[in-house]
Design a binder for this molecule. Sequence first.
Ligand code: FE2
Ligand code: FE2
Length: 112
Amino acid sequence: MKKISKDDAVRGLVPHHTHGSVDYTSVDQGHVHQCLDVTSPPIPTPDGGHIHYTEGYVVFEDGHTHYYRAYSGPAIPVGEGRHVHYYDFFTTEDAGHKHRIRGVDQPAPGDR
Ligand SMILES: [Fe+2]
Ligand SMILES: [Fe+2]
């Protein structure tokens, strides 16, 4: 039996899938941080869909780093059997400032 891979197109909710993302924070105090993230597996929501949790550090820059803990938005179908999630959150405050991180993660299998 063939197992589902990250680039496959599948109907329904795919258990255990995660999403990667490569992004930059907002500019604050004259610098940005890279944010290289992989989410948790799906967390079911009452409407039959799912969201994802994520936490980690942004890449060190300008003498400090920041931590973040966040939930994604709901699944957004982007065509036959694939979906993405929007994210929008703030890092912890360190060295007297915080950063906003927002964008869309990489598509994963499943249409809800
Ligand atoms: Fe997902
Ligand atoms: Fe910073």
